[in-house]
Design a protein around this ligand. Structure first.
Ligand SMILES: [Mn+2]
Length: 398
């Protein structure tokens, strides 16, 4: 009489959180099956072939297709114990079945996660004993899965996710089960802290290197920042996007698996639309697609002869963006650009001692123009100060 309880769940942090809670509650009576989005339906269908009516089946954090839903429903009608718990909008239609509970947000507006919903289910049914460590563990996962951690700058949630990806699911489970079985707060031990710190240092170095490799290129109607990368893609896409607001999106190309990851920080750009052109899709702000022949030509072959962008000077005190005293940029093609605000709040460009006629509605617009057309970069304070001194001297001797 083994494996009376079966849990089918996702293999990401939120799904693994459900697996850990199930093991805390049901100990060795539960068999946990971790799945990718693509493998869940296959695994569930396979299990239903020989499922016993007296067994309990849980499915969390991933949705079942119609055929499986029908099979689950008929098993349920025969007296089968089935509980489906999810928080994805795309699964809401399953709420029509008595065995499904899909909830996207709480009454107070906070977003749910599969782990938080499954925890509440286990508590309500007295399957698990509450403690502070479990409470915190569940909340960290909920914040990570819903991106609330980013708004709250809750790096403990981010570190919990990093830790999962640094080891096997089994090792992560074992570590978490030990922490959650003892009283006290949820915290990382010395070894975990060291591992996480080392990983963070590695990431910072990697991002610094990648920032020097970014190439800009117009692809269709959008300006893309192109970089070859295969690690820390979500952090890299976010940082490159923030540092290059003049680019519509960032394309991170992995030559090994022939995939492109697309990220944007702009609300008016939909990268799932771009991905759709290359056998891909996803969300408006984060998508992925294949490195098809056409994508290879546009993103790789045509960008190969182009030089990487120069980085803007950091740590400036005087030559800073939107400065009312003017902002100085340099470029390989046309030399220095001095961006100056006009009395009416618009911006103008001085290049080679000549003021251009064109007026730009904002600093963002004028910077976008010189960066896109001349790959200009913000110069260091020293150059800015000597530029201003030189201009002042010229004015006096006129
Ligand atoms: Mn989830």
């Amino acid at each position: 009489m083994k494996d009376l309880i079966h849990l089918f769940t996702h293999n990401d942090l939120d799904g693994v959180g459900c697996g850990i809670l199930a093991k805390l509650a049901f100990k060795n009576k539960v068999d946990v099956n971790y799945n990718s989005v693509g493998s869940l339906n296959y695994q569930v269908a396979d299990h239903l072939e020989h499922a016993k009516v007296q067994d309990q089946i849980y499915i969390t954090d991933l949705s079942v297709h119609e055929e499986n839903a029908k099979k689950l429903d008929s098993l349920h009608k025969q007296g089968g114990k089935i509980q489906f718990i999810d928080h994805h909008k795309t699964a809401l239609h399953l709420n029509g079945f008595p065995w499904a509970k899909v909830k996207v947000e709480y009454e107070d507006g906070r977003l749910t996660s599969a782990t938080s919903l499954y925890y509440e289910y286990l508590v309500d049914n007295h399957f698990i004993e509450e403690n502070d460590a479990i409470h915190e563990f569940v909340e960290l996962i909920r914040q990570y899965d819903t991106w609330e951690w980013d708004k709250n700058q809750n790096f403990k949630a981010k570190r919990l996710n990093d830790l999962l990806y640094m080891m096997s699911i089994e090792e992560f489970e074992t570590r978490m089960l030990t922490k959650l079985s003892t009283t006290g707060d949820f915290s990382f031990d010395d070894l975990e802290d060291q591992l996480l710190n080392m990983e963070e240092k590695k990431m910072v170095k990697y991002l610094r290197r990648k920032k020097r490799e970014i190439i800009q290129k117009q692809v269709g109607k959008y300006w893309a920042g192109i970089v070859f990368a295969e690690s820390y893609l979500s952090e890299l896409g976010n940082e490159l996007g923030k540092e290059n607001p003049h680019l519509d999106y960032i394309a991170m190309i992995n030559m090994g698996n022939r995939r492109i990851s697309l990220r944007t920080i702009h609300n008016n750009v939909d990268v799932s639309e771009v991905a759709g052109k290359f056998e891909g899709g996803g969300h408006a702000k984060a998508s992925g697609c294949n490195l098809t022949q056409e994508a290879y030509k546009l993103f790789v072959a045509e960008s190969f002869p182009l030089e990487p962008l120069r980085e803007d000077a950091s740590n400036n005190v005087f030559n800073i963006k939107e400065s009312p005293n003017g902002v100085l940029y340099d470029s390989k093609s046309l030399g220095v650009f001095f961006l100056v605000p006009t009395d009416s709040g618009k911006w103008q460009i001085e290049n080679n001692e000549k003021m251009k006629d064109k007026l730009f509605s904002s600093f963002t617009e004028v910077e976008k123009y010189i960066k896109r057309t001349h790959a200009a970069w913000l110069v260091k304070d020293e150059e800015y100060v000597s530029f201003l001194a030189e201009n002042f001297r010229k004015l006096r001797t006129k």
